[in-house]
Design a protein around this ligand. Structure first.
Ligand SMILES: [Zn+2]
Length: 86
């Protein structure tokens, strides 16, 4: 039996999730939580608009970071898909 992280645990880890800092297993668990929890999905979408996350998307001079944008779009693109095998 695999236990999904709680809403609080999920929200605490969303930044790491967006940055690809979690293990494959942790990402899979967070993704499953986001799929079944519209509140956390909304929180995640909102998180992407706050300065703490925008910082990793932008270079110091304020121009878009293609690396950060790719990492984020990859993270977002994985959410709706089926669970990957570890
Ligand atoms: Zn939740």
């Amino acid at each position: 039996m695999t236990f999904l992280p709680s809403c609080r645990e999920t929200r605490e880890r969303l930044t790491d999730y967006a940055e690809g800092a979690l293990s494959v297993r942790e990402r899979a668990l967070l993704r499953m939580h986001l799929l079944i929890c519209s509140a956390c999905m909304a929180f995640f979408r909102g998180l992407l608009t706050v300065p703490g996350v925008a910082r990793f998307l932008l270079t110091p001079d304020g121009s878009p970071s293609s690396e950060g944008a790719e990492a984020l779009s990859a993270a977002l693109g994985r959410i709706p898909r089926h669970r990957e095998k570890d």
